[in-house]
Design a protein around this ligand. Structure first.
Ligand SMILES: NC(=O)c1ccc[n+]([C@@H]2O[C@H](COP(=O)([O-])OP(=O)(O)OC[C@H]3O[C@@H](n4cnc5c(N)ncnc54)[C@H](OP(=O)(O)O)[C@@H]3O)[C@@H](O)[C@H]2O)c1
Length: 252
């Protein structure tokens, strides 16, 4: 599974953005977003082999939230594992699951989900859930990694200016440094810049003519992205108050 994808929630320029994203990463979509067809057109248009493209909903089927209650949560999850075993979907994940919901799965004797997609950015790093997932080999996907476009945090601006990056690139980079997958949403042409994994300047070397070369995301390390910079961003943690979405991890 690629670490960097494109989120297409409320993306009204989907085909173009997905084509842009294919040059460096992957695409993510979900049933309720109503733009699955445009993702499909982009796949066809790109000329990429299907196995080189990762599409959430087909390659990774996520249970969107834990609100259904324990009984239905486990029933749905078991049913999806069966569909996976039958070859209808490639992998099963969950979203907005807190530790309690993940432990439920374990206690029921079921295998752990491949992914837990949760709200995650420096203002809302959800450390206990991330630690639990790492311990149980569950990939954490950081949703709303760009804090939905928030620009009012001076520390973010200072770091971005110092390193010649956009705030959006700083945030994507932070997610990747934390070992989390990231599906930022961006309209073209911001999208191409974001899919450089937050490496300043690296977008300039990418060619539109060779999408296949960029279909797999590589994690690169930059000496400037030291523990110290991550430490500065980590200090922005505002706990539950830092969330900008419903962040349903505490559902019963
Ligand atoms: N499972 C869940 O419950 C859940 C909930 C929310 C989101 N998600 C997933 O996470 C994905 C991302 O979350 P999100 O779309 O809510 O928020 P996000 O990725 O944190 O932020 C998107 C916003 O950032 C702006 N942006 C992108 N690049 C930028 C740049 N370089 N400079 C300035 N602004 C920039 C975008 O503007 P433009 O659109 O104008 O480019 C958009 O308004 C979604 O697409 C979805 O796949 C999942």
């Amino acid at each position: 599974m690629p670490v960097l994808g494109l989120g297409v929630y409320q993306n009204y320029d989907t085909e173009l953005c997905v084509l842009d994203a294919f040059r460096a990463g992957s695409s993510t979509t979900a049933q309720a977003y109503r733009n699955e067809a445009d993702v499909g057109f982009a796949v066809a248009e790109s000329g990429l082999a299907r196995e080189d493209v990762f599409i959430s909903y087909v390659d990774l089927f996520l249970i969107h939230n834990p609100h259904s209650g324990k009984g239905l949560r486990l029933e749905n999850y078991s049913a999806l594992l069966e569909r996976r075993d039958a070859g209808d979907i490639r992998s099963v994940g969950v979203s907005n699951y807190g530790i309690k919901h993940l432990e439920e799965i374990c206690e029921a004797g079921l295998e752990a989900p491949a992914v837990n997609q949760i709200e995650l950015h420096p203002l809302c790093p959800q450390r206990p859930i991330v630690a639990y997932c790492k311990q149980h080999n569950i990939v954490v996907q950081a949703y709303t990694p760009l804090i939905r476009g928030r620009r009012d945090e001076p520390v973010l601006r200072q770091i971005a200016d110092k390193h010649g990056m956009d705030i959006a690139q700083v945030l994507v980079r932070w997610s990747l440094q934390k070992g989390c997958g990231s599906p930022p949403r961006a309209c073209a042409p911001k999208c191409a810049r974001l899919t450089t994994q937050g490496n300043p300047g690296s977008h300039r070397s990418q060619s539109r003519r060779r999408p296949r070369a960029y279909a797999r995301t590589r994690r690169s390390s930059s000496s400037r992205w030291t523990t110290r910079i991550c430490g500065v961003l980590d200090a922005l943690d505002r706990g539950a108050q830092g969330a900008v979405t419903w962040n349903a991890v505490d559902a019963d």
